[in-house]
Design a protein around this ligand. Structure first.
Ligand code: SF4
Length: 258
């Protein structure tokens, strides 16, 4: 799952601070809704959305391959601006060369870069992974910390990565990781009108039950790949169509426009 480096912003941003633009919901070809429905309405819609997504993806396939919290942390960092498939291709060799946190902490940056080069932004990724490994080794006795506060204090880690690690490695629902799929689908479904990932997360935390927070990212990512795609969402096949303001506001099915 990809992330832009917008994670370090304050979590105090509200969706009401964000001005919706013409293109932020539907890419460059769609006009945006500018009005957020009432909280009860959004909560009701969110409950229906997650119910349908849970039905569609009862046992969604794991996206990033990892055998430990540390490996998940590394894979999630590498997945920024890269596909999960690409990350899964390179991590076996990386983890064979550097089997644990201490090995990364003592690694030469150039060597780590060599292994992660194809994921892009490899200088920063290698630098941050090594720096995080040093902190985890020195401060946490080699164990990945379990709290949002400690995770976001690690070099190069933001809320999205921290959310993925907390939920994926420890089963802790502390927040909702907002990536490009979660952003697009949440905007289309009228669950937010914000553009900033931190503000989007804040809106989503208000409307989804806490027990579902981990599912929201995981299942929206699959839904965004299979159905609610960026350019040609398959609205005719979508079980969320009756809930979706995109359909209501556009007045026609995007699938018919192809
Ligand atoms: S109806 Fe279309 S835009 Fe709305 S959630 Fe479904 S696929 Fe996405």
């Amino acid at each position: 799952m990809k992330e832009k480096n917008t994670e370090k912003k304050s979590h105090k941003v509200s969706s009401t601070d964000s001005k919706p633009s013409k293109k932020h919901i539907y890419g460059s070809t769609r006009s945006a809704t500018t009005r957020l429905d009432s909280l009860p309405e959004r909560k009701k819609r969110a409950a229906a959305v997650i119910k349908l997504l849970n039905k569609r993806y009862e046992e969604p396939e794991t996206l990033l391959h990892a055998r430990s919290p540390w490996e998940l942390l590394v894979a999630t960092v590498l997945a920024a601006q890269c596909t999960d498939a690409r990350v899964n291709m390179i991590t076996p060799a990386l983890f064979e060369r550097f089997p644990n946190v201490g090995d990364f902490a003592n690694a030469e940056q150039e060597e780590v870069e060599h292994y992660v080069k194809s994921t892009g932004f490899y200088h920063n990724k290698a630098k941050n992974i090594i720096a995080a490994a040093k902190v985890i080794t020195e401060k946490f006795n080699g164990e990945v910390p379990h709290t949002m506060q400690e995770l976001v204090a690690l070099p190069g880690l933001g809320r999205k990565t921290a959310n993925c690690v907390l939920c994926g490695a420890f089963g802790i629902n502390e927040g909702i990781a907002v990536d490009t799929h979660v952003k697009r689908i949440s905007l289309r479904l009228g669950l937010t009108i914000a553009e900033d990932p931190v503000a989007i997360e804040k809106d989503l935390l208000e409307v989804f039950d806490k027990s579902e927070w981990g599912n929201v990212n995981h299942k929206m990512v699959w839904f965004g790949r299979h159905v609610c795609t960026a350019r040609n969402p398959l609205c005719q096949e979508c079980e969320l169509a009756t809930l979706c303001p995109f359909i209501k506001e556009e007045g026609k099915n995007t699938a018919q426009e192809k």
